[in-house]
Design a protein around this ligand. Structure first.
Ligand code: PMT
Length: 398
């Protein structure tokens, strides 16, 4: 979301029932630091008052091309000149049809034809309308004209039917705007990311694992996707929704993670291992649930799992970038440099675990980047998404 800071975003609102969600999108964009202005169609005013938007963004809403009270007689051109992104949410079949055919007969369509920045449409309509051949044709035309289409979601529609036609989730739209504004510096690059914990089952109902939520790895995958990368995300069990547009491979055990990672590693340009892999697994897997029995103590025997990262490091190609993570409770620097060397890494990201705001499960992380050269870079506590972007930028400088 950082990319939205000080960006000029024009929010277009056309006349559909989902117009009531547009203020929520406006607030999300504003919270991220964007300067938002609103252009509406006249029909949109039957669903939501311009006053709502004026109160939220502190600017007059443009809906009449000939409204003399706007800042200048050609208000739509003023907005179009400085606009980084124009997003219509909701975009009706009517507005989509007009834009696909270059028709500019109101403030919104005229503005869109003149707008300079990225153009994003978020269709919302009845399912049958969305499936209509003419609408589909118009959407394809607009995609060919470099418009970004944020597909509607499925669910119950205002007309009480179920299907695809609901306005995409506002957070997803905001994410889509961020992606549209992000420089595509990882295009043509294959980025392999591992995330989350592994589970080593002892019997059908018990396993050993760790508290990794997957947040760090998923943030890296999402950031790499936004930057145009071809992303493969290998993940242990998590409760997270995986980022859209990445190749997602779900695994459970360290052995499965090893197999999947080894298949995907040879042609990857950048490999980032944020997963918390179990170092050991139970030597014997019991087919049936172990019963309590009479003994006060039981002991289990564990055997070593493959060190996936070390294995990849051994076979690392010259042009590949290999990044590992080190989750430590003590001697971060010493342990991180040891792992960097042993596993033949370019960078290792050391993070302290067991402190609030860092490591497992937190939305933020406190990390130190350790480089092959022996140098290090201490970073402040930051959002895992922000850290992900720093790591990826470092990969590019290598
Ligand atoms: O998922 P979150 O809740 O967001 O938490 C993020 C995190 C703390 C899990 C993450 O930032 C992190 O530090 N991941 C690595 C944790 C870890 O297991 O570190 P390690 O020191 O055990 O392993 C070092 C490196 O070797 C890691 O890149 C690990 O993926 C890799 N490894 C370890 C063991 C093994 N058998 N195979 C491996 O590839």
């Amino acid at each position: 979301m950082k990319i939205l800071k000080d960006k000029n975003i024009v929010l277009g609102v056309s006349g559909g029932i989902a117009a009531y969600k547009a203020p929520e999108l406006l607030r999300i964009l504003q919270k991220a630091g964007a300067k938002v202005r609103v252009v509406m169609t006249k029909n949109a005013r039957d669903f939501i008052s311009p006053l709502t938007f004026e109160a939220l963004c502190g600017h007059k809403v443009l809906f009449d091309l000939f409204d003399g009270s706007y800042t200048s007689a050609i208000g739509h051109i003023d907005l179009a000149k400085d606009c980084d992104a124009a997003v219509i949410a909701p975009a009706t079949a009517n507005v989509i049809g007009k834009l696909a055919n270059g028709i500019a007969d109101d403030a919104l369509t005229t503005f869109m034809l003149a707008a300079k920045g990225r153009k994003i449409l978020c269709p919302a309509m009845n399912e049958a309308m969305y499936e209509n051949a003419a609408v589909k044709r118009n959407i394809m035309k607009l995609e060919a004209d470099d418009y970004i289409i944020m597909e509607p979601s499925e669910g119950e529609l205002a007309c009480k039917t179920k299907g695809k036609g609901r306005l995409a989730d506002c957070d997803k739209i905001a994410d889509g705007i961020c992606e549209a504004l992000t420089t595509k510096d990882l295009i043509w690059k294959k980025i392999l990311v591992t995330a989350g914990p592994t589970r080593e089952f002892i019997d059908p109902v018990r396993f050993i694992s760790n508290p990794s939520s997957g947040k760090m790895g998923y943030a890296i995958a999402a950031a790499a996707k936004k930057r145009g990368g071809n992303v493969v995300l290998v993940s242990g069990p998590t409760y997270l929704e995986h980022p859209e547009g990445v190749k997602f491979i779900k695994v459970v055990s360290a052995n499965q993670m090893a197999d999947t990672t080894f298949i995907n590693a040879p042609d990857a340009d950048i490999i980032i291992k944020a997963a918390a892999v179990s170092d050991y697994r139970a030597e014997k897997f019991f087919e049936h649930k172990l019963k309590k029995g009479l003994a006060d103590k039981v002991s289990l025997s564990f055997c070593k799992n493959t060190d996936i990262l070390k294995e990849i490091g051994l076979n690392k190609k010259k042009e590949q970038i290999l990044i590992g993570f080190a989750a430590e409770t003590e001697d971060l620097e010493k342990n991180a440099f040891k792992k960097l060397k042993e596993k033949n890494l370019d960078i290792i990201i050391g993070n302290i675990v067991g402190k609030p705001g860092s490591g497992f499960e937190a939305d933020t992380n406190k990390a130190v980047l350790f480089f092959k050269s022996g140098k290090k870079k201490v970073l402040p506590v930051m959002d895992k998404g922000e850290l992900a972007d720093i790591i990826l930028s470092r990969c590019l400088t290598l």
